[in-house]
Design a protein around this ligand. Structure first.
Ligand code: KIV
Length: 274
């Protein structure tokens, strides 16, 4: 018998059961302390490849590596015990073939212990999603504004702004659902299109800058906490941590410069007095 205490995490079928039901609460997360704070309040945490831009100052997500995703995935797994953890597959780790994708996904799952992975793309990666799901790997899809295609898209632009673009995007959504994905992120998508896709496909959709009608929502945690100086227009900020951190550091610097700081001798004197 194992000596490890096993905790019960939210499962993939439980996420699927949110279709046309209670909205799924999702946030990105990249490190252990914040994972602990989020754990009770979200259904799903995504270790997104946005980690490259948010935590490592990269210009886009293209430079994010499998090792970075594994390192942050391990941190989030250590910090959480209840939410379902999904790790993003970075650019270059899954597009080549279903077999290469399987090898890299297996590494992510074995080295982090996460439940599922997410990958960007519609019809063009449907075969890979089918290959993975039929081998026991839960996959979350991601269509619309897919940041790993930034060079082809020419920027972070909302997708589906004209109705002429809709059929291809709807076909992508259907292909991902038919291939066996358990949920689908709709990012940066015209609102009526995201609502239509949500009505039309059998798996839950998770919106980010898409539609309130999606089956769930996700935001980058640092954006909703007010840490991003240039958040996207759709981001709602629930805190002003950027301002709070600056004020705290300013107060700390003033204390240090004025020598208003409890030193080791004070602690020693207090202990001696007891
Ligand atoms: O990498 C990420 O954070 C994401 C979300 C924006 C969905 O893919």
């Amino acid at each position: 018998m194992s000596a490890v205490v096993h905790t019960r995490r939210v499962t993939v079928p439980e996420i699927r059961a949110h279709k046309n039901a209670k909205p799924i609460v999702c946030l990105t997360c990249y490190h252990a302390h914040t994972a602990r704070l989020l754990d009770e309040h979200v259904d799903l945490m995504l270790v997104g490849d946005s980690v490259g831009m948010v935590m490592h100052g990269m210009e886009n997500t293209l430079g994010v590596t499998l090792d970075m995703m594994i390192l942050h995935g391990q941190a989030v797994m250590r910090g959480s015990k209840r939410a379902l953890i999904v790790v993003d597959m970075p650019f270059g780790s899954y597009e080549e073939s279903p077999q290469v994708a399987f090898r890299n996904v297996a590494r992510v799952i074995q080295e982090t212990g996460c439940t599922a992975v997410k990958m960007e793309g519609g019809a063009r990666i449907a075969e890979t999603i089918r290959y993975l799901t039929s081998r026991g790997i839960p996959v979350m899809g991601h269509i619309g504004l897919t940041p790993q295609m930034i060079q082809v898209l020419g920027g972070f632009r909302t997708q589906g702004r004209t109705e002429a673009e809709w059929p291809a995007i709807e076909a992508d959504a259907q292909a991902v659902a038919d291939a066996g994905a358990f949920a689908l992120v709709l990012e940066g998508m015209a609102e009526p299109l995201a609502a239509k896709i949500t009505r039309d496909i059998a798996i839950p959709t998770v919106g980010i800058g898409a539609s309130a009608d999606c089956d769930g929502q996700i935001l980058v945690m640092e954006d909703m906490l007010g840490l991003n100086p240039n958040p996207a227009k759709f981001v709602r900020e629930y805190a002003s941590l950027g301002r709070d951190i600056e004020a705290a550091v300013k107060a700390y610097a003033a204390d240090v410069r004025a020598r208003r700081f409890p030193g080791a001798e004070n602690v020693y004197a207090m202990k001696k007095a007891v």
